[in-house]
Write a protein that binds this ligand. Structure first.
Ligand code: ADP
Ligand code: ZN
Ligand code: ZN
Length: 803
């Protein structure tokens, strides 16, 4: 028997199947989708088995050296998805498979085998290993006799053994004390009657087990019942409860207790959008829905109720949420409704934590996966729905190989499992809304907020006028008055500093010299805390300069408005205001993002000041004012989506105000009040924005009217970059139809990064069936040079960033 393997060497030359012989002893063990170790040249490397066949065209085959899994880590469907992903994104197969798995599986993990029952029940060959202890190192068994692998596999299948992978997180416990009741609920009720009243803590603990099923971590039990170790221990001594050591899932939310929530009666609007989704679930008819609902229209409740139906049919659900919206508030809404059936996947987790969450899904211990982009690969095998909240978010596109968009993966998986995909947003992407309008997606609309509350009023302030009337401050008089007013009323506010493409740069006032990174063509950002200059692209750091390197003048100043400067300014003009600042600097440490939001939610500050990351998902009742300090900084980026992004951001941040009883107000400060993205966001008018923007896209040949592919070439030597990009452009002009519009070669907006020059070529096209094949040829043509690493050619079939 032959195994066909994709090896873990991401390069154009190794991006194909390699055949290996399966040793006889492993015939029955090896399956498609498992990881193996194979000899490759002088080395041994990992690979994925993607096919098992009986013959090979290669004559002298080497043997597979080691099998790393006893159950496949990639299901049949994920293997298929990997092929599709490779074609769609022109990536290497190995990258497509690896992106679907937690990173921990890439590293060498220690495996252990746990005997779940009496060791006498095991096949005799395995019994000796488990006589003394239930947990044995994998290597101990397999090194003794690799021929034991089939018996291990059978024992795993029949539930006698379990293979555990331990990913070590420094300083983290691996086991947990779990508490479970030994009595039935009836018996517990009787017991409570008999307990003396002063044993109130014990009573609380018993009540917990009357109301909840299953086991619970000790620390969580104590917290939820406000009891103590002592009271739990006395119940254990009485034989009411039992304590177990349980393998510890490093659940980051384990210490939070989530109050159970019940489905709310839906409003008429919500009912109307829910019905078609439910029929799609019931009829097993794959459909993509766009749920276009204004902020606060109750989209999340709709998600929860359709998921409930999916679970009741015995199926599974994936919910994608943008990374920065994955707050405890968000998680709480899902865990509150579905409890321990929910796994949460996001980038703030450690390697081990991510792996734990993935494994819960793989073992079918949970049925709902909530997470950021990569959760779209959750290894469920009976999917009933996929939901993508805030579908317009740029972070759903991965910028590294494979450059996939989670939306496309969702639709692939949805059609595989014949289940609905729901894309939700208050400001859908142009592409998605256009598809909904022509009927490729089904459009569902929630036009009003649940509480019938009005959307906040938006006032646009022209900052040029402010300057003319002598106000040089970063706060317009209108905003300043309202800020004071809110402080008096003890209401809260959000100040957004739109900082993308804009920061505190350092310039000489005499000669105009701007300090830039010596490795990249990027201006340095000034960091006040340690008085340094930092390049945000390569991380290079230098001391702040005091004299101009160009003219020796001492008039070197930093310009631009960073959040730190706004905070300082607030300290001067509104000293009584308590401010929480949220930006990349204050949220670098793990968990700090959540802590800051929690503090704000508890009223520990009047003002939440921050960058883009505060625009989304926050739902605090006491926010009645939102101020946008600089609405137009994004408008001038060299990116055809800059108007769309501005509209989205302004609409999202406005949605933070007045979500509950108190009405909300928004002040938008701008130097270009007449820009349509600002005018339409003022009226919360998505549909007219859409029409206007579509008109512009049509005129200039951009998506959704045209597709775009972007080729980026980089090298340390400029002539080489220009030469290669020119060659590629010429080749494309020969090969593609005359309909295709090929732009370039031109220098990329960031013309040099980490000492590499960057050039690009853009293809705008409507229908080029050969494009994928042609681009593959280009990759192959340069594969020797790119494998060496000096030349890089990156192809993006659906670019979201143009830097
Ligand atoms: P969206 O996700 O569209 O921004 P949310 O789902 O956050 O809106 O809903 C806004 C608020 O309305 C939340 O506080 C939510 O609990 C509440 N809500 C949603 N649906 C209902 C309903 N049917 N009845 C009462 N309150 C609801
Ligand atoms: Zn100077
Ligand atoms: Zn740099």
């Amino acid at each position: 028997m032959i195994a066909r393997v994709i090896v873990d060497v991401p390069s154009g030359q190794t991006d194909r199947l390699f055949d290996y012989k399966i040793p006889n002893k492993w015939y029955d063990v090896l399956e498609k989708g498992m990881r193996v170790v194979v000899p490759f040249g002088p080395r041994s490397i990992q690979g994925f088995v993607v096919e098992i066949t009986e013959s090979s065209t290669v004559e002298k085959l080497k043997d597979i050296k080691e099998i790393l899994d006893v159950t496949p880590v990639l299901t049949e469907e994920l293997l298929e998805l990997g092929n599709w992903l490779t074609d769609q994104t022109l990536s290497y197969k190995i990258s497509a498979y690896q992106v679907m798995l937690p990173a921990a599986l890439k590293t060498k993990v220690e495996k252990q085998v746990l005997c779940l029952q009496e060791s006498q029940l095991l096949p005799t060959s395995l019994q000796p290993f488990f006589k003394k202890q239930p947990l044995v190192k994998w290597s101990e068994i397999v090194d003794t006799d690799p021929g034991l692998l089939p018996s291990i596999k059978d024992a795993v299948k029949s539930g006698l053994l379990e293979v555990q992978y331990s990913v070590k997180d420094k300083g983290k416990k691996q086991t947990h004390r779990m508490i479970e009741s030994l009595l039935s609920k009836e018996q517990l009720k009787e017991l409570v009657e008999g307990l003396p009243q002063r044993a109130e803590k014990q009573i609380a603990v018993v009540h917990y087990f009357i109301e909840n099923d299953g086991q619970v971590p000790l620390i969580r039990l104590i917290k939820m019942t406000q009891s103590s170790r002592q009271s739990v221990k006395s119940l254990i001594d009485k034989g009411v409860l039992i304590e177990k050591e349980e393998e510890f899932y490093r659940d980051p939310f384990i210490n939070e207790s989530f109050a159970k929530t019940k489905p709310l009666p839906l409003t008429d609007q919500q009912q109307q959008v829910t019905t078609p989704i439910l029929s799609s679930i019931e009829e097993m008819a794959h459909k993509t829905f766009l749920l276009h609902g204004v902020t606060g229209s109750g989209k999340t409740e709709v998600y929860l109720q359709v998921i409930e139906r999916v679970l009741s049919e015995g199926k599974e659900a994936i919910v994608l949420v943008p990374e920065i919206s994955l707050t405890p508030q968000m998680v709480e809404r899902f865990k509150g409704r579905f409890g321990s059936q929910v796994a949460v996947l996001h980038s703030g987790l450690s390697l081990g934590e991510k792996y734990d969450e993935w494994r819960k899904i793989h073992r079918k211990e949970v049925r709902v996966a909530v997470g950021a982009r990569s959760a779209i690969f959750a290894p469920f095998e009976n999917l009933g729905i996929i939901i993508i909240d805030e579908e317009h978010e740029g972070s759903y596109k991965q910028e590294e190989m494979p450059k996939y968009h989670a939306r496309d993966v969702a639709i692939f998986r949805g059609s595989y499992y014949r289940c609905p995909v729901v894309l939700g947003s208050a400001t859908p992407s142009l592409e998605t809304y256009a598809r909904a309008k022509v009927g490729r997606y089904e459009l569902l609309t929630l036009g009003e907020r649940v509480n019938q509350g009005p959307l906040p009023t938006v006032e646009v302030v022209d900052m040029r006028e402010e300057l003319r009337s002598g106000n040089r401050s970063m706060f317009s008089s209108a905003l300043f008055e309202k800020m004071k007013d809110r402080i008096d009323k003890k209401e809260q506010m959000v100040l957004l500093l739109n900082r993308r493409g804009f920061s505190t740069f350092v310039m000489c006032r005499d000669c105009g010299f701007v300090a830039t990174c010596e490795h990249c063509d990027i201006s340095f950002t000034y960091h006040k805390t340690n008085h340094s200059l930092r390049c945000h692209y390569c991380g290079h750091e230098e001391r702040m300069i005091t004299t101009c390197p160009s003219c020796s003048s001492e008039h070197v100043r930093f310009f631009g408005t960073g959040t730190q400067r706004v905070e300082e300014e607030l300290g001067k003009v509104l000293p009584e205001a308590r401010v929480i600042r949220m930006d990349v600097d204050t949220t670098r440490r793990k968990g700090s993002h959540q802590k800051l939001l929690k503090d704000f939610g508890e009223g520990k500050a009047d003002i939440l000041l921050g960058t883009q990351m505060i625009a989304k998902g926050l739902d605090f009742p006491n926010i009645t004012l939102v101020g946008v300090l600089t609405a137009d900084t994004m408008l001038h980026l060299p990116d055809f989506r800059s108007s769309e992004r501005t509209f989205q951001l302004l609409t999202q941040v406005s949605g933070r105000a007045g979500r509950h009883k108190l009405p909300g107000e928004v002040i938008v400060q701008t130097y270009t009040p007449e820009h349509y993205s600002i005018e339409f966001s003022k009226e919360h008018d998505f549909v007219n924005f859409f029409q206007r923007e579509m008109f512009i896209r049509k005129g200039s040949g951009y998506p959704p009217y045209y597709h775009i592919a972007l080729i980026n070439v980089s090298h340390q030597e400029l002539p080489k970059v220009i030469h290669v990009t020119e060659k590629i452009t010429q080749f494309l002009r020969q090969q593609l139809t005359s309909e295709a519009n090929i732009l370039g070669p031109v220098a990329s907006p960031i013309a040099r990064l980490k000492n590499r020059y960057r050039y690009q070529c853009m293809i705008k096209y409507k229908n080029e069936p050969m494009l994928g094949k042609i681009l593959r040829e280009i990759q192959q043509h340069y594969s020797r040079e790119t494998a060496r690493g000096d030349l890089q050619i990156s192809i993006d079939m659906n670019p979201q960033m143009f830097m």
